[in-house]
Design a binder for this molecule. Structure first.
Ligand SMILES: [Zn+2]
Length: 235
């Protein structure tokens, strides 16, 4: 998936750090281009770098067996990939898969440890983000169990749109099926319903949100619960 247009310029966690500390950190973070399908970590992999997405999107996937994975969280402009490092753990529990290509700021884990220890505003921002990510993952777990495909698809599209700050993405139904843990046919059926309601438009490999308010009404409550938590945390 790709963001067709991008309005974001900076990672929100980095933006929350006071200028002086931020300038010092800038010497240790470097922009990297992440490409669609790139795996940043597999479960049990050592975390060698953390990533602060700017206009890319990374999915956190849990494997249930050799062939099946399910998306349990997503990280965009609002967060950091490699959060176990902020908890003193140097190993990933999930697969981190790039699902929207773009730029991220990358920092070595060794430097991150030192920044985390010596940079209280960064630490505070990461504690807050960890809470939000846990809330997102918990809500996603409940959503996958209780909510219908159409509502989940609407939620997923809105969450993706918020994180890449774009209304149009390049992605396939097959990819969406992997993310949502359903069949490709299930995704196509749900997308057709949203399309008939004029909420989205899709062509081969591309989805565009036409009516954001309508899509919010079609989404399950999980979208609003997580979004409100995030908006309140930023105040
Ligand atoms: Zn839900």
């Amino acid at each position: 998936m790709l963001a067709a247009k991008n309005l974001s310029t900076e990672n929100q966690l980095l933006a929350a750090i006071p200028r002086q500390a931020y300038r010092r950190m800038l010497k240790a973070v470097f922009p990297v281009e992440l490409v669609y399908g790139q795996v940043l970590y597999e479960p049990k992999d050592p975390i060698r770098h953390v990533y602060f997405p700017i206009d890319c999107l990374v999915s956190l996937l849990t494997a249930v067996d050799e062939h099946r994975t399910l998306e349990v969280g997503m990280v965009g402009n609002e967060g950091m990939v490699g959060m176990p490092m902020a908890l003193g753990i140097g190993v990933s529990a999930v697969r981190a898969l790039v699902q929207g290509h773009g730029t991220a700021m990358r920092m070595t884990s060794a430097r991150f440890r030192s920044e985390f220890k010596n940079n209280p505003p960064l630490r505070q921002a990461l504690f807050r983000y960890n809470h939000l990510l846990m809330a997102q993952i918990s809500q996603t777990a409940a959503c996958n169990r209780f909510h219908g495909m159409e509502a989940r698809l609407a939620r997923w599209l809105l969450m993706t749109s918020d994180r890449v700050r774009a209304d149009e993405f390049l992605l396939t139904h097959e990819f969406l099926a992997h993310m949502l843990g359903v069949t490709r046919v299930g995704v196509t059926k749900a997308a057709s319903i949203l399309h008939r309601k004029n909420l989205i438009d899709y062509r081969r490999g591309s989805i565009k949100i036409l009516d954001r308010k309508g899509l919010e009404a079609a989404a399950c409550t999980c979208y609003r619960i997580v979004k409100d938590l995030q908006d309140n945390a930023q105040r």
